[in-house]
Design a protein around this ligand. Structure first.
Ligand code: F6P
Length: 323
């Protein structure tokens, strides 16, 4: 394994640049050639490649987004698309891959490995923190901090106008951003996909707050919740009680941008170095992860068939604190 292709794929996440930098620099440190693949699997299929050196990754550590750009490729999901990508890799003598992305990116590399034997390591990069086999994914800490900052600002205006706000955060089918930004932002209720929410109980809780002279309230809603979007939940609450002056804020893609926190920069740096070292030691079909502050590797088949459970204790704490 002498020539490694590095790429980012799926939704971008703050810290991806730090991971690219770590892969390039560790690769060069271990005498490998590193090739940047632009636009994820799209660029792999089209041969959008560039040789990387130490300077190509200068001054990117602190930047959000991904210098290699990202995409979600439909074509790569087909065996024909993957064959095209493999032919491009062969043409450019790329004999191993390090991909930074979420579960779709990991699955893509797994298929490429099974069909064409390209060794690879996945680095988990997604704000959703929804990948099993790692305590944290790159970008989750920054996105959650961004959400908390926004919640704090909304609290100011909610207090001034005695309003009830429903704040929708990202996370796809996972409630990690919601639960932790909700605890950190002092939400009265946190609605996550991992738990059933009763609108009646929510209204009752909001009413109880009103009876105790609580003039404003914040409810954090994960976008993938079973009870619907923040907009739908606000509508259902208003149907049952006209007492509240209700507003909805959808934080959306602002959670994906911004300079990564120290935590995401360090996590990405550690994972980038570990991915190069892992490949060098013959590891493949695996994802690098972090567990109890230690770098670990997990095989695709050992983790990708399990859901990543939200910490039950976080839910318990959120409930105690929002009485
Ligand atoms: O997976 C990251 C994520 O930001 C999710 O939280 C969200 O559901 C999705 O991507 C949005 O995707 P897109 O940027 O393609 O709209």
């Amino acid at each position: 394994m002498n020539r490694i292709g590095v790429f980012t794929s799926g939704g971008d996440a703050p810290g991806m640049n730090a991971a690219i930098r770590a892969v390039v620099r560790a690769g060069i440190f271990y005498n490998k050639e590193i090739v940047g693949i632009y636009r994820g699997y799209e660029g792999m299929i089209e041969g959008d490649f560039e040789e990387m050196d130490v300077r190509s990754v200068a001054n990117i550590l602190q930047r959000g987004g991904t210098m290699l750009k990202s995409a979600r490729s439909k074509e790569f999901r087909t065996p024909e698309g993957r064959k095209k990508a493999f032919e491009q890799l062969q043409k450019h003598n790329i004999d191993a891959l390090i991909g930074i992305g979420g579960d779709g990116s990991f699955t893509g590399m797994h298929h490429l490995y099974l069909e064409h034997g390209i060794p690879y390591i996945c680095i988990p990069g997604t704000i959703d923190n929804d990948i099993p086999g790692t305590d944290y994914t790159i970008g989750y800490d920054t996105a959650t901090n961004t959400a908390v900052e926004a919640i704090d600002k909304i609290r100011d205006t909610a207090l001034s106008h005695n309003r009830l706000f429903f704040i929708e955060v990202m996370g796809r089918d996972s409630g990690y951003i919601a639960i932790n930004s909700g605890i950190a932002g002092g939400a009265v209720s946190i609605i996550i996909p991992e738990e059933e929410t009763s609108i009646d109980e929510l209204v009752e809780k909001l009413n109880r707050g009103g009876e105790k002279n609580k003039t404003s309230s914040l409810v954090v809603v994960a976008e993938g919740g079973k009870s619907g979007s923040a907009m739908e939940i606000a509508r259902k609450v208003n149907e049952k009680s006209s007492y509240f002056d209700t507003k909805v804020t959808i934080l959306g893609h602002l959670q994906r941008g911004g300079s990564p926190t120290y935590f995401d920069r360090v996590l990405a740096s550690k994972m980038g170095v570990a991915a190069v070292e892992g490949l060098d030691q013959g590891k493949t079909d695996s994802m690098v992860g972090i567990s109890h502050h230690e770098i670990i590797f997990n095989k695709f088949d050992d983790i990708m068939n399990q859901p990543k459970d939200i910490h039950k204790d976080d839910l318990r704490i959120a409930k105690i604190l929002s009485i």
